[in-house]
Design a protein around this ligand. Structure first.
Ligand code: 3PG
Length: 208
C-alpha cells in the first residue's frame, strides 16, 4: 500500500481532472499512461465523477487512481467504494480528516497556512497538498516554511502551469505539483487524446 508520503514521489505532476462525461474516463487514463503519467486525481466536482472513478478502477488498473475535491465524510466513503487508491482534500477539518483516515486509504490533505500544516503534523500527517498554491503565496510561501517546518513535504496545486511547475519542483520540500493543464476542457470535449498524451509527455519529463 502506498503511503501519503510515497504519493508525492509517484510523478512530478499529478493531473487534476474534471470530467463531465464518464465515457471519457478510460481513454483519458490510457492517454496519460501513454504520455508517461502513471497517476490521476479525478475530482468529485461533477455528477459523472463516481462512474468515471469506477470505470478507471475496473479498466485501467495500471494507473494510480486518486479522488480529489473530497470535502465531506460521505464523499470519502463514496470514493473508497468507487475504487479510489488515494484521496485528496482541498482543506482539512477534523471531521473530514477523521473520515479520510477511516477509509484506510493514503491521502493528501489540503493546507494553505502554517497553522493548518501544523495541525496536520500534530496528527502525524507530513505529506500535504498546498492549496490554492498560487493564491496562497506560491513558491515564496514554500521557501519560507522549509526551515520552520522541515518534516513537511507538499504537493502544491492551484494556478500552476507547465511554465511555473519547474520552479516548484526545484524546492526541497516539494515532491510533485498538481495541475489541470494536462487535461484541458477543450481537448476533452473534442476527444483529442493525442493532445492529452502530448501534454502528459511534457509533464512527465519535468525534473524534480
Ligand atoms: C485542484 O483542485 O487541485 C485545483 O483546482 C487544480 O488547480 P488548477 O486548475 O489551477 O490546476
Amino acid at each position: 500500500m502506498t503511503t501519503g508520503a510515497e504519493l508525492l514521489d509517484l510523478s512530478p505532476v499529478v493531473p487534476v481532472v474534471v470530467l463531465d462525461d464518464a465515457d471519457l474516463a478510460v481513454p483519458l487514463a490510457r492517454a496519460l499512461l501513454r504520455g508517461g503519467i502513471k497517476v490521476i486525481e479525478l475530482t468529485l466536482r461533477t455528477a459523472a465523477a463516481p462512474a468515471a472513478v469506477e470505470r478507471i478502477a475496473a479498466e485501467v488498473p495500471e494507473i494510480v487512481l486518486g479522488v480529489g475535491t473530497v470535502t465531506t465524510p460521505e464523499q470519502a466513503e463514496l470514493a473508497r467504494k468507487a475504487g479510489a487508491s488515494f484521496l485528496v482534500t482541498p482543506g482539512s477539518t477534523d471531521r473530514l480528516i477523521d473520515a479520510v483516515l477511516d477509509t484506510g486509504l493514503p491521502f493528501l490533505p489540503g493546507a494553505a497556512t502554517v497553522s493548518e500544516a501544523l495541525r496536520l503534523a500534530e496528527r502525524g500527517i507530513t505529506a500535504l497538498k498546498f492549496f490554492p498554491a498560487e493564491a496562497s503565496g506560491g513558491v515564496d510561501f514554500l521557501k519560507s516554511v522549509g526551515a520552520p517546518l522541515p518534516s513537511l513535504r507538499f504537493c502544491p496545486t492551484g494556478g500552476i502551469t507547465v511554465e511555473s511547475a519547474s520552479r516548484y519542483l526545484a524546492l526541497p520540500n516539494v515532491g510533485c505539483v498538481g495541475g489541470s493543464w494536462l487535461t484541458p476542457a477543450s481537448a476533452l470535449a473534442a476527444g483529442d487524446f493525442d493532445r492529452i498524451e502530448e501534454l502528459a509527455r511534457a509533464a512527465a519529463q519535468l525534473s524534480r
